[in-house]
Design a protein around this ligand. Structure first.
Ligand SMILES: [Cu+2]
Length: 389
């Protein structure tokens, strides 16, 4: 009952805070920070700015803490697990392009690891992540159409079996049965990557949704012959859901809630595994006029994403991760299902901070936001304050 009550309260407060900030009227504690951030991010529309401000203000406190009803007298970090590790995958940690080469044998080594990781470094929240190679998402695998891919999964976990199902592998389970490894075991299987595209891989061990929610997902890119067109920057972003017993904004170790997982009701939505992963920790950087490619996947496990970059129109979208269909052009917001992926391409012409969001915007308040920081000369012809002359 208490949880239900808190959730209702969060919903009501979120509505009040966001509506108040949009309307520019004084609302609750944090309004000054809301306004400050809205001004600093002047290129954001007001609604988006308010949501982002809710997600995290920058005075070292967190607005989510207040709206979740947590004890405001607690210091950030109190109750944290001392040996928690950073599980965030830097979005610039992209596998190198395949380029123009003939098919070959590619060997991929993955290690299943169960780690106490940092969920929210400001609040000191931690979570027991299950990972491929210690980061969320797992490493990007990048091969050429026609390559023979030998995948070895070693299970270094101490709790449960793990496996890998690659959506690029054509055979029962996508390799899941062939790689199911108990604690301490290592399993290998081989497949031929005959279909090009951007594919999700994930742990398939029962309960697969639990393994995925805990962080066991990644992308495998199967490039067509000749490779992909050159761009100036490539990034790797995946969206996930985290289901904790405690409401959003808790401190210390956060236990997983299987009942919330079954109800498809996450407390956190995250890019690359943790709160602030693509803002405070690893914002993406580019210069005006440079081309940016984001490999974007949804681990999920449950909910559809509607990726959008505030202040940009996506120049190209490789819809559903397909390389055999021509990319869509001039797209405002696209859609990516759980277990699906896409490529988002932009070329910003105006300097500033652009926010990658899921346009189900309340998820920004549940920490789902990334930053693309673009530097360079102003472009008054395209965008400026004040009247036209
Ligand atoms: Cu697993």
């Amino acid at each position: 009952m208490q949880n239900t009550h808190n959730r209702e309260r969060i919903g009501i407060l979120l509505f009040v805070v966001s509506f108040g900030a949009v309307a520019g009227t004084p609302v609750v504690r944090g309004q000054s920070s809301l306004s400050g951030i809205a001004q600093a991010q002047g290129k954001l529309d007001a609604a988006a700015a308010s949501f982002i401000a809710i997600s995290r203000n920058h005075d070292g406190d967190s607005h989510t803490q207040m709206i979740s009803g947590a004890d405001k007298t607690q210091e950030p970090g109190q109750g944290s697990v001392p040996n928690a590790v950073d599980i965030v995958r830097d979005p610039s940690d992209v596998a190198p392009p395949v380029g123009n080469r003939d098919p070959q044998i590619v060997k991929v080594s993955l290690v299943a690891q169960e780690l106490e990781g940092k969920l929210d470094t400001v609040l000191g929240a931690t979570y027991e992540y299950w990972t491929f190679n210690g980061k969320v998402p797992g490493p990007m695998i990048r091969v050429r159409q026609g390559d023979t891919v030998e995948v070895t999964l070693k299970n270094e976990g101490r709790l449960v079996s793990h496996s890998i199902d690659l959506h690029a592998a054509l055979g029962p389970g996508g390799g899941m049965e062939l790689t199911e490894a108990k604690q301490g075991e290592s399993r290998t299987f081989t497949f031929k990557a005959i279909v090009p595209g951007v594919f999700v891989y994930h742990c398939g061990t029962n309960l697969a949704a639990q393994h995925i929610a805990n962080g066991m997902y990644g992308l495998i890119i199967v490039e067509p012959p000749g490779g992909l067109p050159h761009v100036d920057h490539e990034f790797y972003v995946m969206q996930g859901e985290i289901y904790t017993v405690e409401d959003l904004g808790g401190q210390g170790h956060q236990k997983m809630s299987l009942s919330k997982l079954m109800d498809e009701r996450p407390e956190y939505f995250v890019f690359n595994g943790a709160v602030g992963a693509l803002t405070e920790q690893h914002p993406m950087h580019a210069k005006v006029g440079e081309t940016i490619r984001i490999f974007f996947g949804v681990g999920g496990p449950n909910l559809i994403s509607s990726p959008h970059i505030i202040g940009q129109v996506l120049e190209r979208v490789y819809n559903e991760g397909s390389f055999t269909s021509p990319p869509l052009t001039s797209v405002q917001t696209t859609v990516v299902p759980p277990g699906g992926a896409t490529i988002l391409e932009i070329k910003p012409q105006v300097p500033g901070s652009y926010k990658l969001v899921d346009h189900a915007l309340v998820r920004v308040a549940r920490s789902l936001v990334g930053a693309i920081e673009v530097t360079g000369p102003a472009n008054r012809d395209l965008f400026h304050d004040g009247p036209s002359q």
